[in-house]
Structures are given as structure tokens and as C-alpha cells.
Write a protein of this length. Sequence first.
Length: 257
Amino acid sequence: MIYVGTSGYSYEDWVGAYYPEDLPKKDWLSFYAREFSTCEVNFTYYRIPDPWTLERMARKTPPHFIFTVKAHQDMTHQREGNEAVFEQFVAALRPLLERGQFGCVLAQFPYSFHANQENRDYLRLFRERLPDLPVVVEFRNARWISPRTFELLRECDLGFCCVDQPRLKGLIPPVAEVTSSVAYVRFHGRNAAKWWQHEQAWERYDYTYSREELLEWVPKIERLDREAEQTFVFANNHWRGQAVDTARQLKLLLGTK
């Protein structure tokens, strides 16, 4: 089963570009869910949600709609003295789990998270603290790409997040790999000029994919889906709704609803 959506949905700059000018913000998710079957919740990276917030979000979507949820930054960037954060985070997911609308946790680690023994041990600890939840790991540092890493992820039942992004030295290349029951792909855009040097964070994701660029991923995603139980594909080139166009193209190319 392939689910296609966008990384986040609540962007002010989507008004006019995607959301109608007169659509109240409280109705954005319902509007989005008419077209897409999944969404990557990313505000949870900045603040731990309460269960009621995720419950209200789920109520605005159809029963088949699936949410993936990004881990809080203290879980991926702090990595010390954060056990209570894991407990709060898991408690907040309960409404999605009870409704059958939870896909997985996305753990996005920083570029500074190097491929060393200390961090391999932390990945094992990460799994221990989320023992019953599907988890997908996104690395930013290319040194993680190795058979040893994929073996570790399989050993820990952690999914590997495949990414499309600028082909810059040190960044993760467009590798397609399945290491758990969940396959995951994120399209960040290929704005190489703004990836490291930008004034605003959104500049990094200001990119419009061509059909030809997305076609490169179609056979990869189809293979991922054959090997996994669920496959999530998210467009993160979010500036002014470009992610919506990317997700729409991917749905057409992959033949998904």
C-alpha cells in the first residue's frame, strides 16, 4: 500500500496557492484530506503535542487517513536526559493508535549525528524507548550509508528513510532501501544553491520538481512497496504549495488514489 502526501499541511504561504483565500484555518486539514490519504505531522519536532490535539486532527479526516509523526528534537538532537520526553511523546500518540490512524514515527537526525559506535548505541536505545511503535530513521550524513547501517536498522526493526535532495558532498544520496515493514521516502527538493546558505529556512525547500525528476523514483518506490507492508511518500518542498504539486504528480505516476 502506497500513501502519498506532504510533509505538513499548515502553511500560511499555501493560502491562495492551495487553500482558498476564504477557507478558515481550522478547515485546512479537512480540505487537504479530501485529496490526500496521509500527512507527515512535523510540528511535533518543535513541541510535544498533547493527545487532545492529535485527536482533534484525526477527527477532521476520514477513517482511512494515516498520520506519520516526526519525533521531537530532544529525542533526536539532545540524546541525553531525555527519557521523559519519550514518555510524553508516546502518550500523545494514543488517540491515533486507538483510531487506527497512526503510520510511524519519523526520527530525523541532524548532519552532526555521525556514524560512530556511540550513535549506533543510541539508535538501539531509541528503539528500546519506543518498543511497540514502527519507527523510521532519517540520516542527514552520508557516512551512514553502508551495509553495516542497514544491518543495524534491520536488527533493531527500524525503517530507513530514503531521500531526494541536492546531490551535494556529504548528503544522503538517492538510495532506496527497506529495513523494516515500513518504507519511507521524502522529497526535499534539489535547491543546491540554498541548501547550506540561506537566510530563511524555507529557502532550502523552494524547489519545483519536473516530471522527469520524479520518474526517476517510480521504479524505486514500486520496489520498496513490494518489499514493505506500507510505503509512505512525502513531498517536503513546501514553499508556496510546491509540495502539493509534487505529491499530485507522484500520485499520478504511481497510480495511487
